[in-house]
Design a protein around this ligand. Structure first.
Ligand code: SAM
Length: 252
């Protein structure tokens, strides 16, 4: 297959859409049960864009670009629902070879209209038109955050699992996220681990449950109140699980 590289292999999900398996991290890029587009929409794009539907302009941090589903699903969702917004997406990704190969990835039919964007990002790590800017930073996400000058409305926290990629889930990592997110910004993540939620909570985020038909439970976090989502009682969780602590940089 054209897409396969030494470190990333294409995989078909149960819904027949494609994702990939990382040899280096020994993990799939998406749930092979849910399917990549479905997972991206339900766990990240729909809750974030619904919560911030009043904003005319959104600045998004997509951690990390990978196959680009969260970025592309954002543009797909806006087009499908005829929502006009200015969108700026910044996305660190350490695997430059992966990004360069994405013009050969078998994306779902829904992304066909995004072909010029997929090709530009794969060629230049960047795309821009009147309403949309996408910049993929080839390098380490932690280094990107050290130099970051943006304030984000949305952070798609979609790194490999805390077990496989702990440095993108620590208390110190989320301290950086807390510095670069707006007061009404929203973090979306598939992780419901208490360690992850504590790392967010100890940096001033409240924690909410993202659940619905056809996808496994996920987490939303914000410094502002998120209407329509169940708030997790973190003080109660801490009392019931006194030995659980967030991941720390120094332990890794
Ligand atoms: C689960 S995948 C991202 C899935 C992505 N949202 C998508 O839609 O395909 C995790 C990605 O993080 C990248 N990555 C891992 N550690 C990184 C780091 N420290 N900095 C930047 N990218 C990293 C991997 O190369 C991989 O592409």
């Amino acid at each position: 297959m054209g897409f396969d590289t030494a470190t990333n292999k294409m995989v078909q999900s149960e819904d027949s859409s494609f994702t990939a398996f990382s040899v280096n991290f020994n993990e799939h890029y998406h749930s092979t049960k849910d399917g990549a587009l479905h997972e991206s929409l339900q766990k990240h794009v729909i809750p974030a864009l619904t919560l911030l539907s009043d904003k005319e302009e959104l600045t998004i941090l997509d951690i990390c670009y990978g196959l680009g589903f969260n970025t592309l699903a954002t543009l797909y969702y806006l087009k499908k629902n005829n929502i006009k917004k200015k969108i700026r997406i910044f996305s660190p990704e350490m695997d430059g070879e992966l990004v360069a190969s994405l013009n050969t990835f078998p994306y779902p039919e829904e992304f066909m209209f995004l072909k010029p964007i997929i090709e530009a990002v794969s060629r230049d790590n960047r795309y821009e038109d009147d309403t949309c800017l996408i910049e993929v930073y080839i390098g380490d996400a932690r280094a990107y955050l050290r130099e970051c000058k943006e304030q984000f409305d949305i952070v798609y926290q979609d790194a490999f699992s805390p077990q496989a990629n702990p440095l993108l889930w620590t208390r110190e990592y989320f301290a950086d996220i807390a510095r670069f997110i707006k007061d009404d910004g929203v973090v979306t993540t598939y992780s419901i681990a208490l360690k992850t939620r504590l790392a967010l909570y100890e940096n001033g985020f409240d924690i909410y449950l993202n659940e619905g038909e056809g996808f496994r439970k996920a987490t939303l976090a914000s410094k502002a109140e998120l209407k329509g989502f169940e708030k997790v009682d973190m003080e109660h969780k801490i009392k019931c699980n006194p030995d659980v602590t967030p991941l720390r940089d120094e332990e890794i």
